[in-house]
Design a protein around this ligand. Structure first.
Ligand code: PRP
Length: 214
């Protein structure tokens, strides 16, 4: 049978997943020596996997459409884009949280004017404010969202916060950070999970075992 394909979110989650796969017995030399290659075979001796490197939202697209059996993606991306796939394991790394943040010392909730929120996560932001019964205007930003309130484009941002240093170094502060806890998740295509149940369950069990040791 052809090797399982697992799409990894390039960057930090990729590195942590590769570490986990190495401790689970996979030789990941091909990933370390990848150059500009995007599909990389790894092997544990018994089983082979093809690693596919993609942007977070694309990991979901490839898994949903069945061209990758599995994927590793942050819960933030799942909450923003998630449609139909199984979320089979919380990998424990990539921990951060969603937060509403604004300029230090400014009372976000004062006044009756409609507030403008800048974010990379418009769906998460809409749901969050719907829960509060608040009408807001959302402006989609692709990165470094912290710029928006500093430049006067928005009253606040909804973004992921890990250490809090980006906010602090830019004179911003958390208004609320109970929006949602985030970490990396292993997701599976629904058909793959039926057709290749044993292989997927074995790999997920190995990953879970190694995660517990870390
Ligand atoms: C994320 C996030 C914040 C920062 C938070 O950005 O959007 O800017 O990390 O981390 P901290 O709380 O530890 O400072 P990322 O590095 O993914 O870059 P981007 O915003 O340009 O996409």
């Amino acid at each position: 049978m052809k090797p399982l394909r697992i799409a990894l979110t390039k960057g930090r989650l990729e590195k942590d997943t590769v570490k986990l796969l190495e401790s689970a017995g996979y030789d990941c030399t091909a990933v370390h020596e990848k150059g500009r290659r995007l599909i990389l075979p790894i092997s544990s001796g018994e089983s082979e996997i093809n690693i596919v490197l993609a942007k977070a939202a694309d990991v979901i697209t490839y898994v949903e459409n069945g061209v990758c059996d599995l994927g590793v993606v942050g819960k933030d991306t799942i909450m923003e884009n998630g449609r139909s796939f199984y979320e089979i394991l919380d990998l424990g790394f990539g921990k951060c949280r969603f937060a509403l943040a604004g300029k230090k010392g400014k009372d976000f909730y004062s006044g009756y004017n409609e507030k403008t929120i800048a974010t990379k996560y418009p769906n998460v932001t809409r749901t969050f404010f719907e829960g509060k019964g608040m009408d807001i205007r959302i402006i989609k930003i692709e990165g470094s969202v912290e710029l928006a309130p500093l430049l006067g484009l928005s009253d606040a941002i909804v973004d992921i916060v890990e250490t809090g240093s980006t906010l602090k170094e830019n004179g911003l502060e958390i208004i609320e950070d109970n929006v949602a806890p985030i970490s990396a998740r292993l997701i599976a295509n629904t058909a793959s999970l039926k057709l290749r149940k044993n292989e997927i369950e074995q790999l997920a069990a190995k990953m879970e075992e190694e995660r517990a040791k870390q």
